[in-house]
Design a protein around this ligand. Structure first.
Ligand SMILES: C[S@@+](CC[C@H](N)C(=O)[O-])C[C@H]1O[C@@H](n2cnc3c(N)ncnc32)[C@H](O)[C@@H]1O
Length: 206
């Protein structure tokens, strides 16, 4: 189960009219989105203020984006409107969501590290459920080493990824890309500076 005050916490973080993580897509997603088949049906989880869902819609994909924060969804809708694209925005606590069944060609999960181990397991099961057979997961976030950088993400090491855990969790998937690296990122004021990152792109087996 998610922390009970997550929605209030994130509504507060998003209170300003500025976009906390900017309006440009996450660099990993911008780099790797070419792998999506045209007109993919994409689920963007914990999508925040819409930078990633709007980018995907601008590239012609049919996007559903979910987030627990109503303020995030309002800002995301307004970004989509300004960019002239349609995205279906859904308010949902992803630790308790009734995940759709084999509906999506891709799930995009960028910096979803509000989740501790139990909620993360629930969400990873949800990704598996929501993807069609052969569907693709695009996951990107901080590794445990991020704690030392302190340039973004939660101060809770168990919320962060290790390559070993990801490989164990997705051992029955077809891993197309796995990269562990440190890089300077600039994503609004929310994520800024040298960061310990990991990318995973994996296909759910048919
Ligand atoms: C670090 S932000 C990342 C937002 C977005 N993925 C991005 O990269 O710009 C984490 C997001 O998770 C959302 N969130 C936190 N707890 C959640 C939950 N239980 N269910 C759904 N979304 C949640 C927050 O509202 C916030 O938008």
């Amino acid at each position: 189960m998610a922390e009970p005050d997550q929605a209030a916490f994130w509504n507060d973080r998003y209170a300003s009219d500025d976009y906390l993580f900017g309006t440009q897509p996450n660099a990993f997603l911008a780099r790797e989105a070419h792998r999506l088949t045209p007109l993919s049906r994409v689920l963007a989880v914990a999508d925040g203020e819409g930078r990633n869902s709007v980018f995907l819609a601008q590239h012609g994909h049919r996007v559903v984006a979910a987030d627990v924060s109503q303020r995030a969804l309002d800002k995301a809708r307004s970004l989509a409107e300004r960019r002239g694209v349609d995205v279906e925005y859904v308010q949902a606590d992803l630790a308790e969501w009734d995940w759709p069944h084999e509906t999506f060609d891709a799930v995009v999960a960028i910096f979803i590290q509000f989740a501790g181990p139990a909620a993360r397991r629930t969400m990873f099961d949800g990704f598996r459920r929501a993807l069609k057979p052969g569907g693709m997961l695009f996951l990107h976030g901080y590794r445990e080493e991020q704690i030392d950088y302190g340039t973004g993400g939660p101060p809770t090491v168990e919320n962060l990824y290790t390559v070993r855990d990801l490989l164990d969790t997705f051992s029955d998937w077809d891993v197309h890309h796995l990269a562990s690296y440190d890089a300077e990122i600039v994503e609004g004021t929310g994520h800024s500076g040298m960061s310990a990152l990991v990318d995973l792109i994996a296909r759910k087996n048919i």
